[in-house]
Design a protein around this ligand. Structure first.
Ligand SMILES: Cc1cc2nc3c(=O)[nH]c(=O)nc-3n(C[C@H](O)[C@H](O)[C@H](O)COP(=O)(O)OP(=O)(O)OC[C@H]3O[C@@H](n4cnc5c(N)ncnc54)[C@H](O)[C@@H]3O)c2cc1C
Length: 432
């Protein structure tokens, strides 16, 4: 079976490897860089910048305590250069891994037709096609929009901007604010509505008051015009470099004549990642939805399996989400009701020196006291991203708070989750 996959990001690369391992003859087409947004512009770049920020913040803290005498200066050009070099190295590994799995990689822009894809004037016929073309930043039609940067140009700064105005209210706006404020910029976030409207109120308050305490968050503000040196808003003028983080738009133009798309251009798929065309599947950001790398990978695997004749469905329950800041902010929320409890984070690796400032994070959980079922966990700590990925698996597999009675942690850790679970377990026992 000839399978063509368009897009070498998280969804497309994973789909290609899976299908090749299942015996398909796979050609993967990528117009820009293998690894897509996650490696080259998004998750990993944010992670790289955040590592620099953490070092700077640790320096400030230790200097304040008189432990070290240092005043770090950021060379942003070197930061960008280091990230580009590291990314290039990782990209080499991913490319090798993909080829090793038997995938034929073709670099170029895919023009998609019925039954074949054309790249650089060569045709690649397909029996099945997987579209994994991702998404791009949404650019509103605001006057002066050409002056604004998006995450795609994040490494183009030659130095840390003195003042930065971030337009947007979601995860990316929050992460960029944490990075540049941590590097020394005076940061404003302009939200058309409410800041982080999907996030739990207590968690959001911790983010705004502690993790972004130097950032000015303005809600219910309209940006009327963007200038080279700032913005005019419904509340007046603000000076600074402008950064747009107002959402993503699915990259479906290459295929929208062959498959049905929704209002925002997202390719419409069912749980098997099948589109309206019987031989075409789609996966990742191009189908809209949650928009994270693990979800894109899961969808890629499901698309690959179904294209190879193996029935498979995506499962969007218990997806852990996170925001990269000084401490990771992570959460799994089933939307079910439960009794809530919360405790401060523990002092431990990467949080010991936050104890004196009461900045060790917090963990919040809600549990059904009748059954012991965990309805949600939200945690801010250096380890929350790892802990919550495993907790999501336990929750999905139906573990209740009692299943953790014999849990033995590795010490020291900043994970407050199991402490809260124990509290709930003993509380439920007493109640019975
Ligand atoms: C700043 C930022 C931070 C993020 N941080 C996180 C995070 O911490 N954790 C997380 O899980 N997710 C994060 N995400 C989201 C994550 O990056 C995406 O959900 C994920 O990369 C989507 O993968 P994808 O394969 O669907 O799309 P993409 O990675 O966008 O890949 C699509 C690929 O298709 C190629 N392409 C497009 N059109 C064509 C064509 N016609 N021919 C050939 N190739 C084509 C593109 O060049 C691209 O390489 C972040 C996103 C951003 C922007």
């Amino acid at each position: 079976m000839k399978l063509v996959v368009v897009g070498g990001g998280s969804a497309g690369r994973t789909a290609s490897i899976e299908a090749s391992e299942l015996g398909a003859d796979v050609t993967l087409i990528e117009t820009d860089k293998i690894g897509g947004k996650c490696l080259n512009q998004g998750c990993m770049v944010v992670c790289a910048l955040n590592d620099v920020v953490k070092t700077v913040q640790a320096n400030h803290k230790f200097e304040k305590l008189g432990i070290i005498d240092s005043n770090p200066k950021i060379n942003f050009r070197k930061v960008s250069e280091g990230i580009i070099n590291t990314t290039t190295k990782i990209r080499g590994v991913l490319t090798h891994e993909t080829k090793k799995a038997g995938v034929n990689i073709v670099m170029g822009t895919a023009k998609i037709q019925e039954g074949y894809v054309t790249v650089n004037e060569t045709d690649y016929p397909y029996d099945k096609l997987i579209i994994a073309t991702g998404s791009n930043p949404f650019i509103p039609d605001t006057k002066g929009k050409e002056y604004a940067k998006t995450y795609k140009e994040m490494l183009n700064y030659t130095e840390v901007p003195e003042e930065l105005i971030i337009v947007g209210s979601g995860t990316i706006a929050t992460e960029i604010a944490g990075i540049f404020s941590g590097l020394g910029s005076k940061v404003h976030i302009l939200c058309r509505g409410i800041f982080l409207k999907e996030v739990d109120e207590d968690i959001k308050k911790y983010i705004a008051d502690i993790l972004l305490n130097d950032v000015e968050i303005h809600e219910h503000v309209d940006v009327e015009e963007i200038h080279e040196d700032g913005v005019t808003t419904s509340e007046g003028k603000l000076n600074g470099e402008v950064f747009l983080a107002v959402g993503m738009i699915p990259n479906s133009q290459a295929v929208n004549e062959l498959v049905d798309t929704g209002k925002r251009g997202e390719i419409i798929v069912n749980k098997r990642m099948e589109t309206s065309h019987e031989n075409i599947y789609a996966a990742g950001d191009v189908v809209g939805g949650i928009g994270t790398t693990p979800v894109a990978r899961m969808e890629g695997v499901v698309a690959a399996r179904n294209s190879c004749g193996i029935a498979s469905e995506v499962d969007y329950s218990y997806i852990p989400l996170s925001i990269t800041l000084h401490h990771d902010v992570s959460y799994v929320d089933t939307g079910k009701e439960g009794v809530e409890g919360h405790i401060p984070g523990s002092g431990g690796p990467n949080a010991y020196w936050d104890v004196l400032d009461s900045e060790t994070g917090m963990t919040k959980m809600s549990v059904d006291l009748e059954t012991g079922e965990i309805a949600s966990i939200k945690s801010i700590s250096p380890s929350s991203r790892t802990v919550l990925a495993y907790m999501s698996k336990f929750m999905k597999d139906g573990y209740t708070v009692h299943d953790f009675e014999n849990f033995v942690e590795a010490h020291p850790s900043t994970d407050a989750v199991y402490k809260l679970i124990r509290f709930f377990a003993s509380h439920e026992k007493e109640g019975k």
